[in-house]
Design a protein around this ligand. Structure first.
Ligand code: ADP
Ligand code: X2W
Length: 303
């Protein structure tokens, strides 16, 4: 326990607090008025302590004049609900094959339960969040994802039907700009309607990347369940560009869910987002530590 009655110890602690705030000063000056898109993955949401820390980080960003825009996932939560309902689920290239019933469950879990829970966490931290999906205010329209595979025996290319899996086709940022200007923090579920009127389930990383690109965001943070992008010896790679990522993909260093995540980062930085960061969402206040200290954390991707 710290000795609260020792004036020297008290002075040292206060000095450390002041130094931390001063360390943040250049970042605060540089990014006031800028927009950050934060993708909060379903895996990072399980722990209420971490969810509280995350909400505090977002509210702090807003309080210092940055516009945070949250896009959330919820893959594990959709999986748990489908299991309860006795509906089978399978993935192709990290995307959930989505029939009509699965799309209904995905919308219920993402736009309903998770979206409102996050809005609640942000309210609890003193912020004003507005929970929406791609459907609201014409934010995102979806087109159906097309996937093909090559049959290993015949070498014939076959179309894989993923059902109602979508990708953003158009993004209209009016609702985001309106909410931000009114002092609110948009919290966005990765669901959108297609031109056929159907509801489409969109991978949350893809949704976040498209929104970051449309906003020309200064930062895209992707909070996940690893320290960042790791090399073959499991060491953290702190800085990458699109050419580095292509090489890592070619030699098999990155695989699985990290491939669409980094494709999202490349798309965002090539479309004008200053930088994307893959961050460890299991670390308390990961986003603030990355952003407001000179040491940083995670993997920074720039064009
Ligand atoms: N080189 C790599 N560095 C870090 N993670 C990697 C790498 N290659 C593959 N992965 C995998 O990517 C996963 C993150 O992607 P994903 O599971 O889709 O995250 P999320 O659910 O947070 O969107 C990690 O848990 C890890 O298993
Ligand atoms: C098409 C598709 O796969 N959609 C995802 C949407 C949620 C998501 O991406 O959540 P995480 O970020 O927590 O993984 C799904 O159904 O799981």
């Amino acid at each position: 326990m710290p000795n609260t009655t020792d004036p020297d110890a008290e002075r040292t602690r206060n000095l450390a607090k002041a130094e931390t705030l001063i360390e943040a000063l250049p970042y605060l000056q540089r990014y006031a008025g800028k927009t950050f898109v934060v993708k909060y993955g379903g895996h990072a949401m399980g722990d209420p302590e971490l969810a509280r820390d995350f909400a505090e980080d977002v509210v702090l960003l807003k309080a210092v004049g940055i516009n945070p825009v949250v896009v959330h996932g919820g893959g594990p939560q959709i999986g748990a609900m489908l299991k309860k309902l006795g509906v089978e689920s399978r993935f192709v290239d990290g995307l959930r094959v989505t029939d009509k019933e699965t799309a209904e469950v995905a919308e219920m879990v993402l736009s309903g339960a998770i979206n409102k829970e996050l809005v609640g966490w942000i309210a609890g931290a003193g912020g004003k969040a507005i929970g929406i999906s791609g459907k609201d205010g014409g934010l995102v329209t979806a087109s159906k994802v097309q996937r093909t595979t090559r049959d290993p025996d015949s070498n014939i290319e076959q179309v894989v039907d993923l059902g109602f899996v979508g990708e953003p086709e158009t993004v209209d940022i009016t609702i985001i700009e309106t909410a931000c200007a009114a002092g609110m923090i948009p919290v966005i579920a990765p669901i959108a309607a297609g031109s056929d009127g159907a509801t489409y389930n969109i991978n949350a990383d893809t949704m976040a990347g498209a929104i970051a690109a449309a906003l020309g965001a200064s930062r895209l943070f992707l909070l996940t369940d690893v320290a960042g992008v790791l090399d073959k010896d499991k060491q953290l790679l702190t800085d990458l560009n699109p050419a580095d990522i292509a090489a890592l993909q070619a030699d098999g260093t990155i695989s699985g869910g990290m491939i669409p995540k980094l494709e999202t980062c490349i798309h965002a930085v090539e479309a004008g987002c200053e930088a994307a960061v893959v961050l460890d969402g299991r670390v308390p206040h990961a986003m603030l530590l990355e952003f407001f200290t000179s040491r940083g954390a995670g993997t920074l991707i720039r064009a």
